[in-house]
Design a binder for this molecule. Structure first.
Ligand code: ASP
Ligand code: MG
Length: 439
């Protein structure tokens, strides 16, 4: 069975819901379909939660009632029989009534997560009822019955496998629909896989049922070799291996959620990024093949801070790096890039929530300098060190741009540069021209 995931815009209007339904049923194959909330819904639910945090029930109520109106209109446009219209309207009214009940209680992260889960619960209810109304044998699988995270907030793949497999054995069912994004945590409370997490759900479910393929459907033709919003002349990359895709997703390719690659890679299931607007186009396939000696793509991540710790004590000493890294560990701050010399070390981070405290601690070990407003540019491909010339080509493209750090050799798949955010566009364009467009 294949797993197909459609994001918010693909189910963003009744017309798009009808298109998706037609699309997933056209070939008659059995499928498991993961859906996001209708586009804009999760953002509105976040906003409702903000009002509740601020004890402003009227503010929350305004948004809830506006959303209710829109959804009821969608119901009217989506279904053809009064019976189904009534049934789905009742469900939607119950959901929005429920959202209003948070007015009179203490509001914490736990309540917020319940609120955030409603978008996917509604969109999947709507689409599965539409499929059934049009005569398709479709079944709605409640993700809250099998998607689970453990005490470290990591998905529990064994639990997910064990609980989803018995639900999908009926050979007469053509389409299983389930919710992306939402799950239960180790306490059994409603939780989620972070914003954009529906891709992750698809990958986890794919791994859990040993799907033959995981398809992520969006509105662009696969992963591009550079950011099409920033540079001219980008083109889709036909194939990436799992590592390359993970680097690109982490370093800024918005099409795929960074965590999504891991479960698919682990289960060795190909992931395809496909375009609903051009369903026959090949898109991007992510699998375990390596195309030797090929640079595939460039991505960039902004809002990066570099910290340099310089110390005479580092010279010929051991244990210095451990002390430095322990500080970042204590304050739960992941490090992206690292460069060392005999007398200093520079690291880059993107989470600055604990920056001031981290700097205080680091000052015990040396002279600390901080550079803000930086950007990591990551060049991805088969960069195995015995290949020659790749570093030189990337460096040559950046010859007119000040570079704060360079990192190469950490994996076989990337070379990363840390530059000023203000040089990002120039750097990405030059890399595209040099690496892909033969200039
Ligand atoms: N609806 C969630 C969000 O907007 C999850 C997703 O769409 O992937 O973040
Ligand atoms: Mg997304």
């Amino acid at each position: 069975m294949k797993v197909l995931k459609f994001g918010g815009t693909s189910v963003g209007t009744p017309a798009r819901m009808k298109d998706v339904s037609k699309f997933i049923t056209a070939d008659g194959e059995r499928k498991l379909v993961v859906l996001s909330a209708m586009s804009g819904t999760t953002n509105s639910l976040v906003e409702i939660s903000k009002y509740y945090y601020n004890q402003n029930a009227a503010g929350a109520g305004d948004i809830i009632n506006k959303m209710r109106g829109t959804y009821l209109e969608h119901v009217d446009n989506l279904y053809s029989t009064d019976k189904v219209k009534q049934e789905v309207s009742k469900f939607i009214n119950e959901k929005f009534d429920y959202l209003l009940t948070f007015a009179n209680m203490e509001f914490t992260g736990k309540e917020e997560k319940i609120i955030l889960a409603q978008g996917e619960l509604i969109s999947t209810y709507m689409v599965s009822h539409y499929l059934v109304e049009t005569g398709i044998n479709a079944v709605l699988l409640p993700a809250l019955n099998f998607m689970k995270t453990d005490a470290d907030s990591e998905p529990d793949l064994n639990y997910i496998s064990e609980h989803i497999q018995p639900l999908i054995t009926d050979k007469n069912v053509q389409i299983y629909i389930t919710q992306g994004f939402i799950c239960r945590n180790a306490n059994g409370d409603i939780d989620n896989l972070q914003r954009g997490g529906s891709d992750y759900t698809a990958s986890l479910v794919g791994a859990a049922i040993q799907a033959e393929e995981i398809q992520i459907w969006t509105d662009i033709d696969g992963m591009h070799n550079n950011d099409p919003r920033v540079v001219d002349k980008t083109s889709p990359v036909r194939q990436l291996n799992f590592e390359e895709a993970a680097e690109l997703a982490y370093f800024g390719a918005k099409i795929l959620h960074p965590t999504c690659i891991q479960p698919a890679k682990f289960a060795n299931i190909p992931v395809k990024l496909l375009n609903t607007m051009q369903p026959d186009a090949p898109g991007t396939t992510i699998d375990n093949r390596i195309q030797h000696g090929t640079i595939k793509a460039v991505a960039a991540k902004e809002n990066i801070t570099a910290i340099k710790i310089k110390s005479g004590r580092m010279l010929l000493a051991y244990g210095f790096l451990r002390k430095v890294f322990e500080i970042f560990e204590t304050y739960k701050t992941p490090i992206d890039m690292i460069c060392t010399s005999e007398v200093g070390v520079s690291v880059s981070i993107d989470n600055t929530a604990n920056l001031e405290t981290i700097l205080q601690e680091l000052r015990k070990y040396g002279t600390v300098t901080v550079d803000k407003g930086l950007c990591i540019v990551c060049v991805v491909g088969d960069m195995e060190w015995e290949n020659v010339g790749f570093e030189a080509r990337a460096l040559d493209a950046l010859k007119d741009i000040p570079v704060r750090m360079i990192s190469y050799g950490g994996s076989n798949y990337n070379i990363s540069f840390l530059i000023n955010e203000s040089d990002k566009q120039r750097a990405l364009q030059s890399l595209s021209d040099h690496l892909f467009n033969g200039k």
